[in-house]
Every structure is written in structure tokens, then in C-alpha cells.
Design a protein around this ligand. Structure first.
Ligand code: AP5
Ligand code: MG
Length: 198
């Protein structure tokens, strides 16, 4: 069992590295952003609420977000694999809720992978993706808000997890495969768990 948080600013590569982690470690993936975008696409009530926050680059309120996570987690945590939490937690109350949920299920969080990328590179990546895929929050105004919200509300989690000895600093700027190899090395060093395709 390996439960990991993929942590980092918007555009830092959480989704990209999650895909590789799923493949190499056989983990379940929970991306709260993807869950919300699916609801928006399907036009559900939750999707309408989520859209009003996402389009402004603001966070969905904690209480709602924690309920969504609890729902997503049910059924994924009770086999021998583990879960990658991509984009959750983003606030201290979310981090505390995650700890409590895992503990209540007899599990724990093994580490927080923190992808560190210079801000100009983040903006460039998101603008590029906006052009290629049309993702609605990848426009300069919303990107700037997302980055501000990240610094104000999410970045303090770094110290929170450093204090618990769980934070793994990763240079997220450069070749995707090199970044993944650095992540794997840190997972191995901390947990003894290696990639299954190696
Ligand atoms: P979410 O979907 O989580 O978006 P985000 O955090 O803004 O991050 P992104 O998905 O944009 O980037 P990423 O880090 O996954 O990077 P990626 O691999 O895609 O959240 C969206 C919104 O939902 C939030 O703003 C909020 O409103 C709401 N929300 C979600 N979770 C919430 C929560 N817990 N609480 C409250 N609200 C929540 O890479 C980015 C681009 O760069 C891609 O095009 C990729 O191909 C490219 N790339 C990746 N790695 C590299 C590399 N090494 N070199 C060059 N290019 C690269
Ligand atoms: Mg993502």
C-alpha cells in the first residue's frame, strides 16, 4: 500500500507525473480537478457550482470538496494498492480531513511529492495547453488568480507536511522522465517501494 499526495502549483506537472505513477506502481488516481471538470461537462448541479469557482480560479469550499473526496475514496482504498491524491489537499482543513479519513480506514499517508517549478514556466505551460486543448481556466486572467490562490491558501501546506517529515522536494522543471526518476528515487528511499516495471 502506497498513498501519496502530488503537490504543486497549477501547471507543475501533477497530472503528467500521476499517469506515470499509476503505470509504474499500479496505484489508483484521484484528481479532484478532473472529478470537477467531469461534473461540469455533464452539467450536474455540482458541476454548476464548481464552474462558478473554477472559472474564477478560486477554490471550491472545503466542506464540499471534502465530501467529494470522501465519496471518491470509498472503494479505492480497500484493496492492497494505494492512492495518488492529485490536487487534494489544497488547504490545511483539507489536509486534516484527509489524515482523519485515512486513519479512520486504518491507513496512512506515506509522503507528499512537491513539484517545484519556476512561475514563468508554469504560466507558459498553461497558456500553451489552453491553446492546444481549450481548457477553460487556462487563460491569463484565471491563471494569475490560480497562482495567487496557490500562494495564499495552498503553499502553507508545504510547511505543514515538512513538520510531519512527509514532504519530498522535487525539481519539476526539465525532462518529464528525469522528474519521474527523481520521484521514484525518493519513494524508494523513504518507503523501500520500487517501480514494478524495473
Ligand atoms: P486542477 O485540475 O487540480 O488544476 P491545477 O492544480 O490548476 O493544476 P493543472 O491540472 O493545471 O496542472 P498539473 O499540475 O496537473 O500539471 P499538468 O501535468 O497538467 O484544479 C482545477 C481547479 O479545480 C482549481 O483551480 C480549483 O478551482 C478546483 N479544485 C481542484 N481541486 C480542488 C481542491 N482540492 N480544493 C478546492 N478546489 C479544487 O501539466 C501542465 C502542462 O504542462 C501540460 O500541458 C503538460 O503536458 C505540461 N508539462 C507537464 N510536465 C512538463 C515538463 N516537465 N516540461 C514541460 N511541460 C510539461
Ligand atoms: Mg492536473
Amino acid at each position: 500500500m502506497l498513498n501519496l499526495v502530488l503537490f504543486g502549483a497549477p501547471g507543475s506537472g501533477k497530472g503528467t507525473q500521476s499517469e506515470k505513477l499509476i503505470e509504474e506502481y499500479g496505484l489508483h488516481h484521484i484528481s479532484t480537478g478532473e472529478v470537477l471538470r467531469k461534473h461540469i461537462k455533464e452539467g450536474t448541479e455540482l458541476g454548476k457550482t464548481a464552474d462558478s469557482f473554477i472559472s474564477k480560479g478560486q477554490l471550491i469550499p472545503d466542506e464540499l470538496m471534502i465530501d467529494i473526496l470522501r465519496h471518491e475514496l470509498a472503494g479505492k482504498i480497500n484493496d492492497s494498492k494505494g492512492v495518488i491524491f492529485d490536487g487534494f489537499p489544497r488547504t490545511i482543513p483539507q489536509a486534516e480531513a484527509l489524515d482523519e479519513m485515512l486513519r479512520g480506514m486504518g491507513h496512512e499517508l506515506h509522503g507528499v511529492i512537491g513539484l517545484e517549478v519556476p512561475e514563468e514556466e508554469l504560466v507558459e505551460r498553461m497558456l500553451q495547453r489552453g491553446k492546444q486543448t481549450g481548457r477553460a481556466d487556462d487563460n491569463i486572467e484565471t491563471i494569475n488568480n490560480r497562482l495567487k490562490v496557490y500562494h495564499d491558501q495552498t503553499e502553507p501546506l508545504k510547511e505543514h507536511y515538512k513538520g510531519k517529515g512527509k514532504y519530498m522536494h522535487i525539481n519539476g522543471h526539465g525532462e518529464i522522465d528525469k522528474i519521474f526518476s527523481d520521484i521514484s528515487d525518493q519513494i524508494k528511499a523513504r518507503t523501500g517501494i520500487g517501480r514494478r516495471n524495473k
